[in-house]
Design a protein. Structure first.
Length: 280
C-alpha cells in the first residue's frame, strides 16, 4: 500500500476544463485530437499530463492557454472563460523559441515589453530569476552563446517574469541530457517553492512527472480523454533521493501500466495518427 496522501492544495479550482473536445480538419477527414477532457487544477497545484504521442496533450495545453479554440466544452481560469491569450498565463514551449538577436536578459524581459508593463520595475526580478536558474553572469549573452539547457532556463525565466498565476509547460526538458534534466527538475521545484505558481506540465517522463507533481493525469483511450488522475503521495519540499524509494517505484509502475493501456488502445483503432512510444 502507498503511504497516506499529503494534502492537495485546497480552495476553488483555478483552472476548470469541462467536457472539452477538439477536432481538427484533416485532408482525409476530421481528426479528433481531444474528446471530452474534464479536469480541475487548484491554486498552487502542480499537475502533469502523461500519455502516448498524438493523444492530444499539447492541444489541450494550447486550448487552456487560449491559443487554440475548443470545438466543444468550456475552459475557465480564475472563474473567467478563456477566449484568447491572456496575461495570467506563462507558457514554456518544447523549443525555447528565444529571440536570437536579444540578450538573455532582454529575452526574459520580452513579455514585460509586450504587455507594456514598466520594464525598470521588472529588471530586478529578471536578474533574480536568472540567478535562481544558475545563469548569473550570462545576462548579456545571446542565445547562440548559450547551451540548449541554458536557453531552456532563459525560457522558464521569461515565462515567469510578469508573475503569471498559471504556468503551462510543454515538454520543457525533453531535449536535455539526463543530468541537466535532473538539475532542471530541482531548479523548477525551488522556483515554485519561492513563487507558488499553479502548473500544468506535459512530459513523456514518468519519473519527472512523479517527482514534480501533486497529481499526474494520464491521457489516452479511444477517443482520447483523461484515463487516470493520480495524486502523488510524496510530501514537500522533496529531495531528489525520493526517486530511490520503493514507494516512488510503485507509483511509477502504476503510471506506466496506465500509459501502456493508453498505447494498447491507440494501436487498436487508428483515427488519430499512429503513436510512437516516447514514455521513459
Ligand atoms: N494544427 C493541427 N492540425 C491538424 N491536426 C493537428 C494539429 N495539431 C495537432 N493535430 C493532431 O491532433 C492530434 C493530437 O496532437 P497533439 O500535438 O496534441 O498530441 P500530443 O499528445 O501533444 O503528442 P506528442 O506527445 O507527440 O507531442 C494528433 O493526431 C495530431 O496529428
Ligand atoms: Mg505535444
Amino acid at each position: 500500500m502507498l503511504a497516506s496522501l499529503h494534502a492537495a492544495p485546497a480552495g476553488p479550482p483555478l483552472v476548470s476544463v469541462d467536457g472539452v473536445q477538439k477536432t481538427y480538419p484533416g485532408r482525409n477527414g476530421a481528426i479528433q485530437a481531444v474528446a471530452s477532457a474534464s479536469l480541475t487544477v487548484r491554486k498552487g497545484e502542480f499537475v502533469s499530463l502523461l500519455g502516448p504521442s498524438g493523444c492530444g496533450k499539447s492541444t489541450l495545453l494550447m486550448m487552456v492557454a487560449g491559443l487554440e479554440s475548443v470545438t466543444a466544452g468550456s475552459i475557465a481560469l480564475n472563474g473567467s472563460a478563456v477566449t484568447g491569450p491572456r496575461k495570467d498565463i506563462g507558457i514554456i514551449f518544447q523549443d525555447a523559441t528565444l529571440l536570437p538577436w536579444k540578450s538573455a536578459l532582454e529575452n526574459v524581459l520580452f513579455p514585460v515589453r509586450i504587455l507594456k508593463l514598466p520594464v525598470d520595475k521588472y529588471r530586478d526580478r529578471a536578474h533574480e530569476l536568472l540567478r535562481m536558474v544558475g545563469l548569473a553572469g550570462f545576462e548579456n549573452k545571446k542565445p547562440a552563446e548559450l547551451s540548449g539547457g541554458m536557453r531552456q532556463r532563459v525560457a522558464i525565466c521569461r515565462a515567469l517574469v510578469h508573475d503569471p498565476d498559471i504556468l503551462l509547460m510543454d515538454e520543457p526538458f525533453s531535449a536535455l541530457d539526463a543530468i541537466t534534466r535532473d538539475q532542471m527538475n530541482v531548479a523548477l521545484s525551488e522556483i515554485l517553492e519561492t513563487y507558488h505558481k499553479t502548473v500544468i506540465f506535459v512530459t513523456h517522463s514518468i519519473r519527472e512527472a512523479a517527482y514534480l507533481s501533486d497529481r499526474v493525469l494520464v491521457m489516452g483511450g479511444r477517443p482520447s480523454t483523461i484515463i487516470l488522475d493520480m495524486p502523488m503521495p510524496f510530501s514537500r519540499p522533496r529531495k531528489f533521493d525520493i526517486e530511490e524509494t520503493a514507494e516512488f517505484t510503485q507509483v511509477c509502475r502504476r503510471l506506466r501500466l496506465s500509459i501502456e493501456e493508453a498505447h494498447a488502445d491507440a494501436s487498436a483503432s487508428p483515427p488519430v495518427r499512429p503513436a510512437g512510444s516516447k514514455a521513459e
